[in-house]
Write a protein that binds this ligand. Structure first.
Ligand code: PHE
Length: 452
């Protein structure tokens, strides 16, 4: 059953690859601005609770399906529930991945652009408006973001083309430690800035009035996005795990790394924003338009240091983004390889072309296609909100229902406990949560948010 399929080299390699998937733009780009928009500490607290209570069991559920099915989402669900429509749910998650990577690689492209800019000329310290307008000008132009998007997606496709061990494993093993060091350096710098305390207070001040269904729904969506859940990325990586690897340990470590990173990013960014006297609710462009100014201004007396920190920052975003985008790309590529019998190279090239095209439309929606709206949103914003609020939530719900209600409890136990040798003590609790608590919570939060 497992013959011919590549596997990761060790459990450590699996954990690094999973953490690489989880830690991404979601942590450094999305989390800080969502914290800024959704009321600081309240959002963070909801995010952490959902992480432990919902995302972790869901991670286990995806892992169980992937390792038991030893295939992509479509193939695994088909094998585990033959003759049922479940495989189409798998296909829907693959399409979700396709959409995510298209807009994800546009933002990944911006990070290449900003990395180059910070190496060449740095950013203006005149006033925040100048870096904001620089970002608007760059993102709304035609060629510059498209070229960077092409570079980013091309690099992703190339890594995936090399396969699991030589491509994904060897890249994530080198990149993740570097990423960790970069973020720590930035956080230390940021916390030492004058006035940083204000930003820290914002991140730890709990305000009950911020607690509303929208905050909860956003925190849940962010938790899924950040843990790469609901679209089959964790599922496909788990399908390359060895039978001895520990699903419980892998999920726990991935969640710890992911949460830690999100917090470090928030503590690296908010203090810097406050110390420059700016508002925290800069939205999606926060890290691209506000931060370059903040770092440049703060470093007016120490130009060299501030330049290095800015380079570190965009390099960190790039590393984080690419280790995640390979996990998205692999979902689509593995489907083409396993279901259509294509060679990895052909699958990588064809996925690249499709995702590149949708990505170009997303990129242009910041400029010439700005007036083209789908349900009142630009193409980029539609792809983002459709996938994170809808596809991921429903995908996650479907995976939980599959493990809790469709698979037999014995099969689930067998896979989660490695045939009764690991995690036996926590199995019943995890199973109960997956079967009852997770679906009820997802549906409640999803519906409340839709209705209110
Ligand atoms: N978890 C990634 C991030 O935080 C994004 C992602 C979503 C990756 C879904 C894979 C699957 O940026």
């Amino acid at each position: 059953m497992e013959t011919g399929r590549e596997k990761f080299g060790s459990n450590m390699a699996v954990i690094l690859a999973m953490a690489g998937s989880a830690v991404g733009l979601g942590n450094i780009w999305r989390f800080p601005y969502m914290v800024g928009e959704c009321g600081g500490a309240t959002f963070i607290l909801a995010y952490i609770i959902f992480g432990i209570l919902i995302s972790l069991p869901l991670f286990f559920a995806e892992s169980i399906i992937g390792r038991r099915g030893r295939s992509n989402s479509f193939g695994s669900l088909r094998k585990l529930a033959p003759g049922t429509p479940w495989k189409w749910v798998g296909l829907a998650t693959i399409i979700g991945c396709f959409i995510i990577i298209s807009y994800y690689s546009v933002v990944g492209g911006w990070s290449i652009d900003y990395l180059l800019r910070s190496c060449i000329g740095g950013f203006s310290i005149e006033d925040p408006e100048s870096t904001i307008s620089l970002f608007d000008k760059m993102s709304s132009s035609v060629w510059e973001p498209i070229i960077c998007h092409t570079l980013f997606l091309g690099a992703t496709a190339l890594i995936v083309k090399f396969g699991i061990k030589k491509g994904i494993e060897s890249f994530t093993k080198k990149t993740m430690p570097l990423l960790f060091l970069l973020m720590i350096a930035i956080a230390v710098y940021s916390l030492c800035l004058p006035g940083a305390g204000e930003g820290v207070r914002y991140l730890v001040k709990f305000n009950l009035s911020d607690l509303n269904p929208t905050t909860l729904a956003y925190a849940l969506g962010q938790s899924f996005f950040s843990m790469s859940l609901g679209v089959g990325s964790i599922l496909i990586y788990s399908s390359y795990m060895s039978g001895d690897d520990n699903i419980g340990k892998t999920g726990l470590f991935t969640m710890i790394f992911d949460t830690l990173f999100a917090l470090i990013a928030a503590f690296a960014i908010m203090p810097a924003v406050f110390s420059a006297g700016l508002e925290p609710d800069g939205g999606p462009s926060l890290v691209f338009s506000t931060l370059p100014y903040v770092f440049a201004k703060m470093g007016a007396n120490a130009m060299f240091l501030s330049r290095i920190i800015t380079i570190f920052f965009f390099l960190a975003i790039l590393c984080a983004a690419i280790t995640s985008s390979i996990s998205l790309f692999e979902v689509v590529a593995s489907f083409l390889v396993e279901e259509l019998g294509w060679k990895r190279k052909k699958a990588s090239i064809i996925s690249f072309v499709g995702q590149w095209t949708l990505g170009v439309l997303c990129s242009l929606s910041f400029g010439v296609l700005g007036n083209f709206k789908i349900m009142g949103r630009t193409i980029f914003s539609f792809c983002d909100s459709f996938t994170s609020n809808f596809v991921m939530t429903l995908g996650a719900l479907a995976f939980a229902i599959f493990v809790g209600w469709k698979m037999s409890k014995e099969d689930v136990r067998d896979e989660f406990t490695n045939h009764g040798t690991k995690n036996c003590k926590i199995f019943n609790t995890v199973y109960f949560i997956t079967k009852f608590v997770v679906p009820v919570m997802i549906v409640t939060i999803f519906v409340t948010n839709l209705v209110l």
